[in-house]
Write a protein that binds this ligand. Structure first.
Ligand code: GLN
Length: 478
């Protein structure tokens, strides 16, 4: 039975539980054992988890997600369960409440299986910036899983969790999903509540599903979306999410922006991407070129805006209210300084310095104001493009999974990982990554993006393409 359980997608497991063919407790124990074994293996394991549940929680009878266990990125506050956002500075912090996105899923019957490893405060593209140490890619343990939601992506790919939550500020759901050969969806900004998500850059942060397939992503998302009075930027989506069923792409026009499919993208990635586009055409889609003239400036704008917001959000970690407090300080200022010195890792310190500088008086308009104007141009490019095409297709990441340590010494090289995903984040539009090919035995991700609130259409197209591509992710399971 165990091998069979591993074959079940989360949606299929929920259906089995609903029909009485499987008990929620049995499924929970199966995954709890697998996740626990990875945690207990320490450096011999993949390093996916920062915390694993002890026992199966009660599930309300008849709940739609039927007791299917869920892994949740560390940065979601979970009541009385460690939530550190991968940082030393939140050591020992036990939130007194649960993030809305997680609470909604629990109400729908999902059970908290584990918290997953991530880059500290979601800053990174490789899950190497974590106070807990790195997560490894299950396809090749000498390589990174991507980041910052690398623990979630690796756990789903390895079959250590049926599905997981991640967050995406500039690519942190889509890029690790691509590097681990799983599905990752960043919803329209505002459709999922940010309440209880430990903040990185509030105008960009979005929660979303990381799953084995598109149907699971749709199912998980459908129970997360809702207007939340606790998050002033949350909105009610204009229409209800419809679970995907399309097998073909007739009538769908895919736009391929030259700006995101040329220079800087690895040859093997482009090959897999182009083959997937040909498959899309066979399924009935028309494919044409489209322009996103300002997209090449997205990374520059992002690396002003995101650090600026982060520098402000992270000001709250001062040793007074949460987590770590440095010992032996001489006075209050010394206590603040030592706590932040000891508690934050080097990438977080870099962002705080960049952001504080960008927001300093005299430079505010030159950097922050300018970047905001670029952001508007990028959003306008998408609006224009969507007058001509239904969805935009790009590779998700410029390369397949790279070696651990390969980019840690060169922050700019690391930042380039998000070249194809940051434009959609700045525009606030939904985008999904699905695995489309292997290059050198490692997964390649294809990204589809649509206008705001087009999740149902996006998922339908991704579903049709997924069926047509028949990517086999089972090889990564441990
Ligand atoms: N890699 C990008 C960064 O480091 C994006 C991270 C994210 O989406 N959280 O900021």
């Amino acid at each position: 039975m165990s091998a069979d359980l591993l074959e079940l997608s989360a949606a299929a497991a929920a259906a089995e539980i609903a029909s009485g063919g499987l008990s929620a407790g049995e499924l929970f124990d199966f995954y709890r054992e697998r996740a626990g074994a990875d945690r207990d293996a320490g450096e011999q394991g993949l390093g996916c988890f920062t915390w694993v549940a002890e026992g199966a929680p009660e599930t309300p009878a008849g709940a739609p997600l039927g007791g299917v266990p869920l892994a949740v990125k560390d940065l979601f506050c979970t009541e009385d369960v460690p939530s550190q956002s991968g940082s030393r500075i939140l050591e020992g912090y036990l939130p007194p409440y649960t993030a809305t996105a997680v609470a909604r899923l629990q109400e729908a019957g999902a059970t908290l299986l584990a918290k997953t490893n991530q880059d500290e405060f979601a800053m990174g593209s490789s899950t190497e910036n974590s106070a807990f140490g790195p997560t490894l890619n299950p396809w090749d343990r000498s390589r990174v899983p991507g980041g910052s939601s690398g623990g979630s992506a690796a756990a789903v790919a390895a079959g250590l969790a049926p599905w997981a939550l991640g967050t995406d500020t500039g690519g942190s759901i889509r890029q690790p999903a691509a590097l681990c050969g799983v599905v990752g969806l960043k919803p329209t900004y505002g459709t999922v509540s940010r309440y209880g998500m430990i903040a990185f850059a509030s105008s960009l942060d979005q929660a979303g599903p990381i799953t084995r397939d598109v149907t699971d992503a749709a199912l998980l998302l459908s129970h997360m979306v809702a207007r939340d009075p606790c998050d002033a930027t949350s909105v009610q989506a204009p229409s209800e999410l419809v679970l995907p069923s399309a097998e073909r792409l007739d009538g769908v026009t895919l736009g391929v922006p030259g700006e995101l499919t040329g220079e800087g993208i690895e040859a093997g990635v482009l090959e897999g991407f182009n083959a997937a586009l040909r498959r899309a055409e066979e399924l009935g889609a028309s494919v044409r070129e489209v322009q996103l003239p300002h997209a090449p400036h997205a990374l520059s704008a992002y690396y002003v805006l995101a650090p600026a917001e982060a520098s402000s959000n992270l000001a709250r970690y001062d040793g007074v209210r949460y987590g770590l407090r440095a010992e032996g300080a001489e006075d209050l200022i010394d206590m603040y300084t030592r706590t932040r010195h000891d508690g934050f890792g080097p990438e977080v310190k870099r962002r705080i310095m960049l952001g504080t500088y960008a927001l300093s008086s005299g430079y505010y308009d030159a950097y922050y104001g300018h970047a905001q104007r670029v952001r508007t141009k990028i959003a306008e490019d998408f609006t224009k493009a969507f007058e001509e095409v239904d969805l935009i297709a790009t590779p998700t990441a410029p390369s397949v999974a790279f070696a651990l340590g390969e980019k840690t010494g060169d922050p700019l090289e690391m930042y380039l990982n998000d070249y194809c995903t940051v434009p959609m984040s700045l525009a606030g539009i939904p985008a999904i990554s699905i695995p489309c090919a292997l290059s050198d035995g490692l997964p390649v991700g294809l990204q589809l993006a649509g206008p705001a609130f087009s999740e149902s259409r996006l998922l339908d197209a991704a579903h049709a393409l997924e069926q047509g591509l028949a990517f086999d992710g089972a090889r990564a399971r441990v």
